[in-house]
Unconditional design. Structure first.
Length: 419
């Protein structure tokens, strides 16, 4: 039995899990379960601990390794769990030598993440069971938002050299991937630590020029005030860059944003969305929003709620605020837990209405759909489509959008060969 990976959290974790899968396989690891944890909320940590305990009951003889942001931030907590055999830090989990130890001499291998100055290009041949591939271009964060513990799990910002990014994407395209997602902790901070200080837009421009056979490129979360000139030009002129941008918004009220120590204000987010949509009329936006941040009044929350319409947001990731020990926000006056959940529910309802309007507006149009499963795919704007006939996963098919079924579009394939 080979090593199994259980992944929590972000797309970067998904990518790094595949790196670990390949390293564990190369090391001949057997009967091992690796938990790649997330620390963005207390609920994410609770789910990971619960899953670890359940796995030990189901596979009493398996070796259990815990890694990821939660393990990096508080290794002692996971080392204290009797179910856990070893704890690896976020740097150690990506080193092949960490997986060659059948009987580790150290139960906890967790470096000071702030001492890490480079992000290696971890070359992988593909992502198991996925139609699109993720490529890490950046790691860590130099900012210290008052609610966020992630810099202490990921370290300071560091970038993957352009040549490495090109090499990975070229290999993935040669392996049959039509869509690649560039991911990182704070990808709009890409480049200043590299020779010449390239920006994210400059890196993407060179990537697309050097891998012309790549059909679709998608970006993970962007900071609305860190979009460089080259990236704006790509948004306007590059059809291979998907018309779907996810904004790291967090709130829509200026006072809350200031108390979060975000780099943008409400007006910046509205202007970002307006400009992007003016350049690319088919652009669709996603966003992260936190409900019930400390000191958030009813009026402040209403400003965030209105931002869904004012920015024209569609795909929302809603998080009730979760205090993280060691962060400044955890020491601020807290909003009642029930009120946080109520506000999160209202934001989700606003998001559901936005999705409904968007899907209804797509009926009667055509889309290039990337098949994820035989009869399920995604449009350029990341809307899920139920297809009327099976398609090989990974293919891009020309599809007529003929209806809506709940939160999905209904598509009739017009051309079954890859676009």
């Amino acid at each position: 039995m080979s090593a199994d990976i259980v992944t929590f959290g972000c797309r970067l974790n998904t990518y790094e899990s595949e790196v670990m899968r390949e390293n564990a396989s190369a090391a001949g690891m057997t009967d091992t379960v690796i938990f790649n944890t997330c620390a963005v909320t207390s609920e994410a940590e609770r789910q990971a601990r619960q899953a670890i305990r359940k796995m030990r009951r189901e596979r009493p003889g398996a070796r259990i390794i815990v890694t990821g942001c939660a393990a990096q931030i508080d290794p002692a907590k996971y080392a204290a769990m009797p179910e856990v055999d070893q704890v690896l830090g976020n740097e150690e989990k990506l080193k092949p030598e960490s997986f060659g130890l059948t009987a580790p001499t150290e139960r906890v291998l967790v470096n000071d993440i702030m001492s890490v100055t480079e992000t290696a290009g971890h070359l992988i041949g593909g992502l198991e069971g996925r139609a699109r591939a993720f490529v890490q271009v950046q790691n860590g964060c130099d900012h210290r938002c008052t609610f966020c513990i992630i810099p202490y799990g990921r370290g300071n910002s560091r970038s993957v050299p352009i040549g490495e990014v090109v090499r990975q994407v070229r290999l993935l395209v040669q392996s049959g991937y039509n869509e690649v997602v560039l991911t990182g902790v704070d990808i709009t901070s890409y480049g200043p630590d590299l020779p010449g200080g390239p920006t994210l837009g400059q890196m993407i421009r060179r990537l697309l020029a050097q891998v012309p056979e790549l059909k679709r490129l998608r970006l993970s979360s962007l900071d609305p005030v860190e979009i460089d000139g080259d990236l704006w030009r790509l948004i306007a002129e590059e059809p291979r860059l998907m018309p779907h941008l996810h904004v790291s918004l967090q709130a829509g009220d200026d006072m809350v944003l200031k108390r979060m120590k975000r780099r943008h204000l409400r007006g910046d987010a509205i202007e970002f969305c307006r400009r992007a949509r003016d350049l690319r009329p088919d652009m669709v936006f996603g966003a992260d929003l936190i409900a019930g941040f400390p000191t958030e009044t009813d009026e402040m929350f209403e400003n965030t709620l209105r931002a869904v319409d004012d920015c024209g947001l569609t795909w929302l990731h809603i998080f009730p605020y979760s205090p993280r020990p060691g962060t400044p926000a955890a020491k601020m006056p807290q909003v009642d837990g029930g009120l946080r959940r109520e506000r999160a529910a209202r934001l989700r309802e606003a998001g559901a209405r936005a999705v409904g309007r968007f899907l209804a507006g797509r009926v009667g149009t055509h889309a290039a759909v990337l098949a994820e499963k035989e009869t399920i795919g995604r449009t350029e704007q990341f809307a899920e489509v139920r297809l009327d006939q099976p398609v090989e996963p990974g293919a891009i098919v020309r599809t007529a959008i003929v209806g809506v079924d709940g939160e999905h579009l209904v598509g009739r394939i017009e051309r079954s060969t890859s676009c």
